[in-house]
Structures are given as C-alpha cells and as structure tokens.
Design a protein around this ligand. Structure first.
Ligand code: NAD
Length: 369
C-alpha cells in the first residue's frame, strides 16, 4: 500500500492542545517504528472562520476527500455562539461528515482496568469491557421526510419526523459491523424495534441477508433496542459489535460510553465507502467538544484524541499491532496512577498536565520496544 496520508484538523479550544500530544506520538512512530506518514494540517471550526469566514474552506474539504484519514480535535466555543447558523463551527464538522458520506459511526466502549472504579456500574461488570457500537449516521429519523411542525385538521400543532431506511443503507452499515467483528471477537448483535416498527422489520431482514450471503462465519444475534439498553447496563461484556440505526445508536452509544467513565477517554471513528486504494473514507475524532472551561490551562486529557489516532492505525492503515501497542501504552500509564484532572477521584492526588500525560504515553511506548 502507498504511504498513508493523514490530514490533521486541530480545531478550537482544547483541540490544538490534545492534538499536540498526538503529533508527538506520530513522530514517535516515524522514528521508532519506521512508519512514514504523509501528514498535513489545516483549519476547521472557529479557527477556519477567523481566517476564511467559513468553518471549512473548499480547499480543506478537497484535501479531506483525498487523504486516507482525517483526524479532528474539536470545534466550537463561546466566541462563536452568536454567529449565523450557516457559519457556526459545527457546520464545518457536519460538512465533512456529509460530503465524505461517512455512514458508519464507530464508538468503542472500552474500560481500562485502572479506571473501572470510575464507572457508575460495579467494577466486575465493567472491568476489561471492550465493545464497539456501529451507528448508522447518514439516514433514518434525523434525515427522513416528511418532517416539520404544522397545524393539523383539528387546528392543533403537530410535530413529524420520519424513520426511513433503504435496503442499501442498512446493508452497508451491516457490512461495516461484520467487517469490524472479523477483526475482533467475531460477534455482531443487531438492534432495532422490529416488534413495533416496519423499518425495524426491514432492518432485521437485511442484516440477516447480508450475514447469510457474505459473512456466514460471524456470529449474528438480533435484539430489540430497548432490551439492548437494559442488557448494556446489566452485563455489557456479552457484546462484541453492536450495529444499530441512527436514533437508537445515538442513545445506546452514549449509554455505553458512560459505562467507562470520563469524556476525556472516548475516541470515535466515522467510516464511509472504500476508496480506490481499498481504504475506507474515514474521520477520527474524540467524542468530547472544545471544553472552553479548561482551554489553555493544561488540564485537557489527551487520551481520547490519542485513542482516536489508534483507531486510525487500526481501521485506515491496517496496523492493528501498532494500535494495540498504543492502547497498551495508555493502559500502562493509567495503571501507574497517572491521571489528568478529569480522572481524579475525590480523594485527591496531584493531576498531571496535558503535556505530562503525552510524555508519559511516549515513555510507555519507548518501554514497549
Ligand atoms: P465538552 O465536551 O467540550 O465539555 C464538557 C465537559 O467535559 C467540560 O466540563 C469539559 O471541561 C470536560 N471535558 C471535555 N473534554 C475533556 C478532556 N479531553 N479532558 C478533560 N475534560 C474534558 O462539551 P460542551 O461544554 O457542551 O461544549 C463546548 C463546545 O464544544 C461547544 O461549542 C460545543 O458546541 C462544542 N462541541 C463540539 C464537539 C465536537 O467538536 N465534536 C462535540 C461536542 C461539543
């Protein structure tokens, strides 16, 4: 395969702070693992608005379409709150997702042993947890027509949204889930509400068909999404990959995320169709926002962004062993008791800064050689 190309978009607030730590890790891989990467950097969000008057310039969009992966920090902040909706920082992010057609949103819920006490669930329920939720991202009830608020025949206002899925939209989300499962523990659980929704009946049929025709060796089960929510809190370790629609995925991925503790720990990936070189269109980003309350104070936890880069190694560059190495380095640092402020327990200790956390991860990478 050709040299992997990566476009870095640090964005606003703590985005540039956490991304600076990832840059150190990218350099480490170049020096110590011979991983040549074609890395470029550009503006998104408020930072792009300040320079170009738009939250994502056409040139940056074009670059994003050409690279193997985009790594984004975060966008937004109070400075931009009063801007017109059309140029708000978040519009830059939405444009990237839409024009790259990133239809599969991957949200891992992984609980590092050292942080198991952070969860609101009991330690033995979450310790060692490693599941992946695949949420369909570009269709379903958030996009379906008709939609809107109108006055009905009785003179009463009514709000309408439409859940709509085509077979091909379901099939491509299912394929993403099965492909992921093959690299993990080979199990997919599909969630919908086939008991009360026709779109759920179609969802279940299409997922089953894709399985039977293309992935018969992957273990597939189906679950109603409400029961799935319950099972995620009761015994989440029963799952490997969960695939679900846009609405249920929105809810279930937040539930799963909170099993693991802090927002500063959560990576994500959004994948689209394979490009000519076989790599999927891809954008990786931490789940958290720009955290204006801690910007510039050295308090940001860089781990969500670091783990997003680990996902890029695994899913865009096919470097699963190097992704394992980086995740193990994060685990080792946490096991030593190093914590940024967001990970401190009420009983105290001294938090490390963003830079110190990045340096500790580099030291753990050194130790892995
Ligand atoms: P946020 O995620 O920025 O922050 C929520 C809370 O979590 C804050 O107290 C923050 O300090 C803390 N936090 C978040 N990330 C952290 C990290 N890495 N380390 C330590 N603490 C962390 O959400 P918000 O405050 O609701 O939004 C702030 C801005 O970010 C808004 O403009 C919002 O629109 C934007 N936003 C952007 C994205 C994105 O870029 N994907 C996502 C969510 C929110």
């Amino acid at each position: 395969m050709s040299t992997p190309s990566l476009l870095i978009l640090p964005g606003d607030g703590i985005g540039p702070e956490v991304m600076a730590e990832v840059r150190k890790i990218i350099d480490w891989y170049g020096t110590n693992r011979g991983l040549a990467m074609d890395v470029s950097e550009d503006l998104v969000g408020g930072a792009a608005y300040d320079v170009h008057g738009v939250p994502l310039s056409d040139e940056t969009m074009e670059k994003a379409q050409k690279v193997d992966a985009v790594l984004l920090g975060a966008v937004g902040g109070p400075k931009y709150d009063d801007l017109d909706f059309s140029v708000k920082p978040e519009r830059g992010l939405l444009r990237l997702r839409k024009e790259m057609d990133l239809y599969a949103n991957l949200r891992p819920a992984q609980c590092f042993d050292a942080l198991a006490d952070f969860s609101s669930l009991k330690r033995d329920v979450v310790a060692g947890l490693d599941i992946m939720i695949v949420r369909e991202l570009t269709s379903g009830i958030y996009f379906g027509e008709p939609r809107g608020i109108s006055v009905n025949a009785n003179g009463e206002r009514e709000g309408v949204n439409t859940q709509r899925y085509t077979e091909s939209e379901i099939a491509r989300a299912a394929r993403s889930a099965f492909e992921l499962a093959k690299r993990r523990n080979n199990k997919v659980c599909s969630m919908e509400k086939a008991n009360v929704m026709e779109s759920g009946i179609l969802w279940r049929e299409v997922v089953q068909k894709v399985h039977d025709e293309e992935y018969p060796d992957v273990e597939l089960s189906h679950m109603y999404a409400d029961a799935g929510g319950m099972q995620l809190c009761r015994w989440p370790k029963q799952f490997d990959v969960i695939v679900t629609d846009n609405l249920f995925g929105d809810l279930l991925s937040d539930v799963a995320a909170m099993l693991t503790g802090s927002l500063g720990m959560l990576p994500s990936a959004s994948l689209g169709a394979p490009m000519a070189n076989g790599r999927p269109k891809a954008m990786y980003e931490p789940v958290h926002g720009s955290a204006p309350d801690i910007t510039g104070q050295g308090k940001a936890n860089p781990i969500a962004c670091v783990l997003s880069f680990a996902m890029a190694l695994r899913y865009s560059f096919d470097l699963g062993a190097e992704a394992d190495r980086l995740e193990a380095a994060v685990e080792a640092v946490l096991a030593k008791g190093l914590r940024t402020a967001d990970l401190m327990q009420a009983d105290g200790g001294t938090p490390v800064t963003t830079t110190e956390m990045g340096d500790a991860i580099i030291a753990a990478l050194d130790a892995s050689l």
